[in-house]
Design a protein around this ligand. Structure first.
Ligand code: ATP
Ligand code: MG
Length: 136
């Protein structure tokens, strides 16, 4: 069954001018891009998106980073989209990510790790609704 996930190209990757490389990989992996837009989040919007991490020590730094420049937000669809996109992204920390994954290729640090992906059907629905409320 087809499934949707929310993907973000983070500010570090936009600044490095690798939006095209990441979107090429998304298409090579047989995802259909169902929605896509470029945004520059406010600090408050970044805090809202990452509210699940509000008690983590990295919350303030993460939300500063996520509001530091433009991002590209997409709804991706394919079979098993959530798990497949996380596999293509690789581990959160680029130093631990497998060769061939986006974070291994393009991530700079555990915070500046190029891309985001939802981690469950519940978070995918919540995250898609956060950025694309009309598509639900
Ligand atoms: P994402 O949710 O962005 O797809 P993830 O699910 O692999 O990544 P999470 O644990 O949800 O990782 O963390 C969300 C984001 O917070 C990470 O992608 C990263 O940018 C940042 N982050 C996670 N752990 C740390 C940490 N220990 N120090 C700094 N930043 C962190
Ligand atoms: Mg996560």
């Amino acid at each position: 069954m087809k499934e949707k996930t929310l993907a973000i190209i983070k500010p570090d990757a936009v600044k490095k001018r690798i939006i095209g490389k990441i979107i090429s990989r998304i298409e090579e992996e047989d995802f259909e891009i169902r929605e896509m837009k470029m945004l520059w989040l406010t600090k408050e919007e970044a805090k809202g998106f990452y509210v699940v991490h509000k008690d983590k020590p990295f919350y303030d730094s993460l939300t500063d980073f996520m509001s530091s420049g433009r991002i590209v937000v997409m709804i991706l669809e394919r079979e098993n989209a959530i798990a497949h996109w996380r596999k293509v992204m690789g581990a959160t920390d680029p130093a631990l990510a497998e060769p061939g994954t986006l974070r291994h290729s393009y991530g700079f640090s555990i915070e500046r790790n190029a891309v985001h992906g939802s981690d469950s059907p519940q978070t995918a629905e919540w995250e898609i609704n956060y950025f694309f409320p009309k598509t639900q």
